[in-house]
Design a protein around this ligand. Sequence first.
Ligand SMILES: Cc1cc2nc3c(=O)[nH]c(=O)nc-3n(C[C@H](O)[C@H](O)[C@H](O)COP(=O)(O)O)c2cc1C
Length: 297
Amino acid sequence: MKMRTIDPKTIATRDLHQFLLGSVAPRPIAFASTIDENGNNNLAPYSFFNAFSSNPPILVFSSNRRVTDNTTKDTLYNIQKNKEVVINVVNYNIVRQMAIASVEYDTEIDEFEKAGLTPIASDLVKPMRVKESPAQMECIVDDIITLGDQGGAGHLIICKVVKMHISEEVIDEKDRINPHKMDLMGRMGRAFYVRCSGPNVFPIVQAVTQIAIGFDALPEHIKNSPILTGNNLAQLAGLLEIPKQEDAAELLKDESIKAMYELPNASLMLHNYAKQLLDDGKEIEKAFQVLMLGKDK
Ligand SMILES: Cc1cc2nc3c(=O)[nH]c(=O)nc-3n(C[C@H](O)[C@H](O)[C@H](O)COP(=O)(O)O)c2cc1C
């Protein structure tokens, strides 16, 4: 890989901004609802956002000074005044309405109205929730950390969740959020978004308390496979023990494996077969055994 090296001190902020956003992605989107001192609703999306603690439950997002004119945003102003915000999540159903709410309307304009979204009262804070959002978090702002005074500088808004509302429609019978039903959106660089449902959302089950063998325990001929990818090797490295050579030999009772084993290019055939098993994701141990058969081939 030929790498581009970037020195943040010598590149224009707007270009650095895009390199950062394209690299640190996808980012979740906080749809932040606040209220000003005259009771006007304000709603805007913020993707410099994440959850940082569960106990206490802390969310942080960053409202930045505009790179163009170094001004700050209404969300920050409102929060500085009254320390309250509702963070609503953005799913596919409301993503284009979210984009409308990002328009820099005048301060007194209510983006709920502009974006056609429904404000509903919160239980513990003054800002409204977005009815159409599948998860809404009422927050008290604990702290605001200012990161600079030039265009592009962030203000970290540290929010403590005091009440959470989740649509019953996205919760399954085991009380877990189904990501496909949640259908969240992520923000990437430039104008790109990602929709988090369908085949791109898949589980990687790796127990962390049971000790996996790791890459360094893989036999050399497997580690240096011309066929297997880093992900395939990681599937093998995630097993709890190396299969026994005798168990691998058992596989030769399978006619089709035996036929592969006897070919002049047996090693390549066996590695290809093992890759198929790994990509299917169901028979990792068998794939390891197949690869062991290829050792002296
Ligand atoms: C998906 C998305 C994510 C955004 N993330 C941020 C962000 O993290 N920080 C920021 O300062 N502006 C961000 N913006 C831009 C603001 O939403 C935009 O400046 C908005 O007009 C600010 O509204 P306000 O002045 O009512 O707070 C984002 C825009 C979009 C569409």
